[in-house]
Design a protein around this ligand. Structure first.
Ligand SMILES: *Cc1c(COP(=O)(O)O)cnc(C)c1O
Length: 411
């Protein structure tokens, strides 16, 4: 089989990461890495969000709405539904990932529990105006940094440090991984204690889940390499594409059940060992991204590469992949037809804007009169190109050729 590039530059595990014993306090290790007082480890990014929402709800029982971007991971909608909260969706600014302030101002009010500015694909978005609008309405800000572990702000502060809460995903393909895992940092000590209390009752030790995730993590360590990815990633992807299932191909086919359980010592120790390699891995990724962005700009001036929000001075995001916007939806479709499932690490981050998945429609409030034009335009033009080192220059050049053809052919 031909080698296969993964869709993102996840940190590969070493066999020695899996040995027993060692420091098993991943929360403390991540707190040191992020430069925050404490980090709570949960069994997924979604679980971290669920715990955060339940804790907020316990101190703000009168607030029952969550505001999230209209282009984001469907798991956010499932988390809000799990907590019995109404999800209201905010449009994006044109051609970018920042929340649209006008749309946000319409959505924030006395029932807003939390607003979730989101840093997709490691890109640092502009949270300051979100914080101002949310806090003026009495709502909290939970930054969704599921895809941005290691992103920094001016003066090396970790992303999310200025907000009420921030969570990260430790799932496959997102930074370091425990197969499934999540991390939550909470600024206010009382709220932090509330989150720990909620987790103690809602996410207890469940031996069956930990056993299953441990086996999955070993399987991942075995297969997350160029020779294993055609089987572990490429085969199911190509099957989904062959049956025309884009939601499945994008990995967006979640069922409503959200497992909630404590993460065991062994998986935490694996995370502590992998975390030691993360800074160097992210630095290499940044260099590779910079070179390839320059390459894209030279060869394909009609293509827009998503950058950190220019409104955030000193932002240094991470580069799991390069998110690009094609000039229009027709050229994006042409490019996706040519490249998705070809082993070159090109994919759709999410198949649709969140209001446009039939299977999640009942979790999304459509009563707002919002049409989310910018988020839908974004969803129709966006693509992701892997920033994994396993997509070599030859492969990247093939991607560029196909993009060039798609742009030329659609014009
Ligand atoms: C993956 C993801 C989540 C959920 O994290 P899991 O660890 O997969 O549960 C939430 N938000 C965004 C933007 C994500 O990409």
């Amino acid at each position: 089989m031909a080698p296969e590039a993964p869709p993102t530059a996840g940190l590969p595990l070493h066999w020695r990461d899996l040995r027993p014993g060692g420091d098993a306090d991943l929360g403390a290790a991540l707190a040191r890495f992020l430069g925050v007082p404490a980090v709570q480890i949960e069994c997924s990014g979604t679980a971290a969000l669920v715990i955060a929402l339940f804790a907020l709800r316990s101190v703000e029982p009168g607030r029952d709405e969550v505001v999230a971007p209209a282009y984001t991971c469907p798991l956010v909608a499932l988390a809000a539904a799990h907590c019995g909260l109404r999800l209201r969706l905010c449009d994006l600014r044109p051609g970018g990932l920042d929340l649209c302030p006008a749309s946000l101002a319409r959505l924030c009010g006395p029932r807003t529990l939390a607003v979730l500015p989101t840093h997709l694909a490691g890109r640092v978005t502009d949270v300051a105006p979100v914080r101002a609008l949310a806090h003026a309405a009495g709502a909290r800000v939970i930054e969704d940094a599921a895809q941005a572990l290691g992103a920094r702000l001016h003066g090396d502060a970790c992303i999310g440090a200025g907000s009420d809460m921030v969570f990260f995903s430790l799932a496959v393909g997102k930074g370091i991984t425990l197969y499934e895992g999540g991390a939550l940092a909470v600024a206010d000590p009382d709220l932090r204690a509330a989150c720990q209390e909620v987790a103690a009752t809602r996410a207890p030790w469940r031996r069956g889940w930990e056993w299953r995730r441990s086996v999955e993590l070993i399987g991942y360590a075995a297969l997350y390499r160029p020779a294993g990815l055609p089987l572990a990633y490429g085969l199911p992807l190509r099957r989904a594409l062959a049956r025309g299932d884009r939601v499945g191909a994008a990995g967006d086919d979640f069922d409503g059940a959200i497992p909630l359980h404590r993460v065991g010592q062994w998986r935490q120790a694996v995370g502590v060992r992998a975390l030691q390699r993360l800074p160097a891995w992210l630095a290499e990724g940044r260099v590779r991204a910079r070179q390839r962005i320059a390459w894209l700009h030279r060869r394909l001036p009609a293509l827009q590469v998503l950058q950190d929000s220019p409104a955030v001075a000193g932002a240094r995001g991470t580069w799991p992949n390069l998110m690009v916007l094609m000039p229009d939806a027709a050229s994006r479709e042409a490019a996706i037809r040519a490249l998705w499932g070809r082993g070159l690490g090109v994919s759709l981050p999410f198949a649709n804007a969140l209001p446009d998945y039939p299977r999640y429609a009942r979790h999304v409030s459509h009563a707002d009169g919002e049409a989310w034009p910018n988020a839908r335009d974004f969803a129709g033009r966006v693509m992701a190109i892997s920033n994994s080192p396993w997509l070599d220059d030859e492969g990247f050049s093939q991607v560029c050729d196909a993009l060039q053809q798609a742009i030329g052919g659609a014009a």
